[in-house]
Write a protein that binds this ligand. Structure first.
Ligand code: SAM
Length: 261
């Protein structure tokens, strides 16, 4: 490629990712809105609707630093709960709802915690912030009803390890869901999208966030990520069943899912 990231070795990748997200953390929300024209909000809504959250669930959102996915899951559970407000059984369940937000980068977690405070969720026991590596989770086997990873798996060093860990921590019947930037194969739209990502995004990174290199790296990482079918077969290889995916905006983004049976 023309960006010189091709030679990045494995050990360097995690350092690079750490640096990218430390630099990016404070501008993160702004840049997401700019780069996706606000669409990332709808994509995350779609991810959470596929999860079908329920009161009392134990959920793990990996690479979830800013809390975007976790807040949506909690809102969805709270709206179910409001509908059944007088039901003491549901109240008990709510007590046990746990949404763990796991991220390797403390800066991202701090952004998320601040946002929880702003939303009045600072005291909410359902949200638990945990610093940790998706490739070596600190959670017990068979402990989670759901697992989400949004715009996170593309950045890890070993995708297989992340999938194996996801499988390990999920209970039987638990669902794995990944939301990730993916591959556009539709003619003309593909060319326009390439132009946008290789020219416009690094420029936006420079102008809005003052950091061209980090955004060039992000674009490059999209190109390296396995295409939809390949990623689906990796999920199946980790042991998941009923593996499927849905393309959004022609494959700009894909939601993959699998069940641990
Ligand atoms: N899920 C959030 C969202 O959709 O807005 C954040 C996505 S952000 C693009 C990617 C996140 O992955 C960063 O917060 C980064 O720190 C985290 N990350 C990168 N490598 C990781 C790893 N090995 N384990 C856990 N988190 C990781």
């Amino acid at each position: 490629t023309s960006f010189g990231f091709k030679e990045v070795r494995e050990e360097e990748k995690s350092q690079m990712v750490g640096k990218v997200f430390s630099n990016v953390a404070s501008n993160y929300d702004l840049m997401n809105d700019f780069m996706s024209a606000g669409l990332h909000r709808l994509w995350k809504d779609r991810l959470v609707s596929k999860l079908s959250p329920f009161p009392g669930m134990k959920h793990l959102d990996v690479a979830g630093g800013t809390g975007d996915v976790a807040f949506r899951i909690l809102e969805s559970i709270n709206s179910i709960r409001r509908r059944a407000l007088q039901d003491p059984i549901n109240d008990d369940l709510q007590e046990e709802t746990r949404i763990y937000v796991c991220d390797i980068n403390q800066n991202m977690l701090n952004v998320g915690k601040n946002r929880a405070l702003e939303r009045g969720l600072g005291e909410d026991k359902s949200l638990v912030w945990v610093q940790g590596d998706a490739e070596a989770l600190s959670f017990e086997d068979n402990s989670m009803d759901g697992y989400t990873i949004a715009f996170g798996i593309r950045n890890v060093t070993h995708i297989e390890k992340v999938l194996t860990e996801a499988y390990r921590v999920l209970k039987r019947g638990g669902r794995f869901l990944s939301l990730e930037l993916s591959h556009v194969e539709i003619p003309v739209f593909k060319e326009l999208y390439d132009l946008y990502s290789f020219s416009v995004i690094p420029r936006l990174g420079e102008v809005v966030a003052g950091d061209r290199e980090s955004y060039q790296y992000l674009v490059e990482s999209i190109r390296r990520f396995p295409p939809q079918e390949k990623f689906a077969s990796m999920i199946a290889d980790a042991g998941f069943q009923k593996v499927e995916y849905e393309n959004l905006v022609g494959g700009v983004v894909a939601i993959h899912s699998g069940l641990k049976i």
